[in-house]
Design a protein around this ligand. Structure first.
Ligand SMILES: Nc1nc2c(ncn2[C@@H]2O[C@H](COP(=O)(O)OP(=O)(O)OP(=O)(O)O)[C@@H](O)[C@H]2O)c(=O)[nH]1
Ligand SMILES: [Mg+2]
Ligand SMILES: [Zn+2]
Length: 365
């Protein structure tokens, strides 16, 4: 028998292992919830963290019985959650995309702009792309109608915490466990789509290891996870200054122009930025991690990190994306951005999602 919240096979033997449920509870419940889910739901506490090697290699096995796949991607960490290694497993499938957490993006960003950007980025027609928010209901009716029209079961996959279970709960009469902890769903949960005889299937989130968020404890990940609109901060930075994003990223600039570069950093609300003199930056990263600079959430959570330095040429057409942490939109360039960042964290430059004149002071475009 499976837990109705996370899909894991239930067991009454080992409280330290996933799926544990006390025997007397198992006997009395029709749709039992494992102890881990119970504690997540009632106390917001994670008692059993997931085991590392759980998921990517399992995709092939999980997807083999399905032709139609709904790949769920978090718009606030698009590059971090739209992943080639997942797409590799989906070549033979018909793939649809649910892009979640639209509510967290700046309000000035219209859904039409995002749709246009997504079409290029995903290289597919707009009929395959569904921009949504489980928080405010955006796009859910359209996706529901589409799911019903398929007349076939559909499998939902995606990186942890992108909002797979939240979406599925909207289209079914089920209450899966939903939480900001990574790896909430542990097994396969088959649920009937409301008003249809076909199923939508929830799966465990795929773990990644190249996002800043992957370096944090589950509790800190939950704290950092976007809940409110992304914070936006505008910087006009000279070349003797540095910006720190938490204690995980240092930004410095090089430029030839007589004007100072201007850029905006977007990050989850609980991430703290700090501007300082270049010479002081490294010391601050070491000394003030966990209080002035978050993440990490606590000082001693910063493990021995190997760092790398990377340089990127940016202009107003581009955005710099630091996987699982932030993205940076250029308002006045060009300039060279120099980053110090953990070696395992991926950073890429993408075509901008936000127009440079958006928000704050308007520039002539
Ligand atoms: N603001 C906002 N938050 C969302 C949205 N969708 C999901 N969340 C939140 O994101 C967190 C993760 O949601 P889940 O539905 O548990 O994500 P999941 O993909 O099933 O995660 P795993 O089971 O760990 O793989 C929860 O805290 C949700 O409340 C959304 O559209 N907007
Ligand atoms: Mg889930
Ligand atoms: Zn459970």
């Amino acid at each position: 028998m499976k837990c109705r919240g996370c899909g894991v096979e239930l067991q009454t033997i080992d409280p330290e292992k996933p799926g544990y449920i006390p025997e007397h509870v198992l006997e009395t419940e029709d749709e039992p919830l494992c102890q881990r889910c119970y504690r997540i739901e009632h106390y917001g506490k994670l008692t059993i963290p997931i085991e590392e090697e759980l998921f990517l290699h399992k995709i092939e096995d999980i997807t083999k019985d399905f032709r139609k796949i709904l790949y769920v991607i978090d718009l606030t960490d698009f590059e971090g959650t739209f992943r080639n290694e997942i797409m590799d497993y989906l070549r033979e499938k018909e793939v649809f995309y649910a892009i979640t957490k639209f509510d967290l993006m700046p309000r000035s960003l219209s859904s039409i702009e995002v749709q246009e950007w997504l079409k290029v980025r995903l290289n597919t027609d707009s009929e395959h792309i569904f921009l949504t928010s489980s928080r405010n209901g955006f796009g859910l009716k359209k996706l529901e109608k589409f799911l019903k029209s398929l007349k076939e079961d559909i499998l939902v996959i995606g990186v942890t915490n992108v909002g797979k279970s939240s979406l599925i709960s909207k289209f079914t009469d089920s209450s899966p466990t939903i939480s900001p902890f990574p790896g909430t769903t542990l097994g396969i949960l088959k649920r009937k789509i409301k008003g249809s005889k076909y199923y939508i299937i929830d799966t465990p989130g795929i773990l990644t290891n190249d996002r800043v968020i992957d370096l944090l404890t589950p509790e800190c990940q939950a704290k950092i996870l976007n809940t409110n609109q992304l914070t936006r901060k505008t910087y006009k930075l000279s070349d003797d200054r540095a910006i720190l994003i938490g204690a995980y990223c240092k930004i410095e600039l090089e430029y030839d122009s007589e004007y100072l570069p201007i850029f905006q950093i977007f990050a989850p609300k609980n991430v703290k930025f700090h501007e300082t003199k270049k010479e002081k930056a490294d010391e601050l990263m070491r000394e003030r991690a966990g209080d002035l600079l978050i993440p990490p959430c606590k000082k001693d959570e910063m493990k021995d990190i190997e760092w790398k330095e990377q340089e990127f040429n940016l202009n107003e057409e581009k955005e710099l994306v630091i996987f699982g942490l932030a993205f940076i939109n250029v308002k006045r360039g060009p300039f060279k951005m120099k980053l110090k960042i953990p070696k395992d964290v991926n950073v890429v430059v993408r075509n901008r999602l936000l127009k440079p004149q958006r928000g704050g002071k308007k520039h002539e475009s």
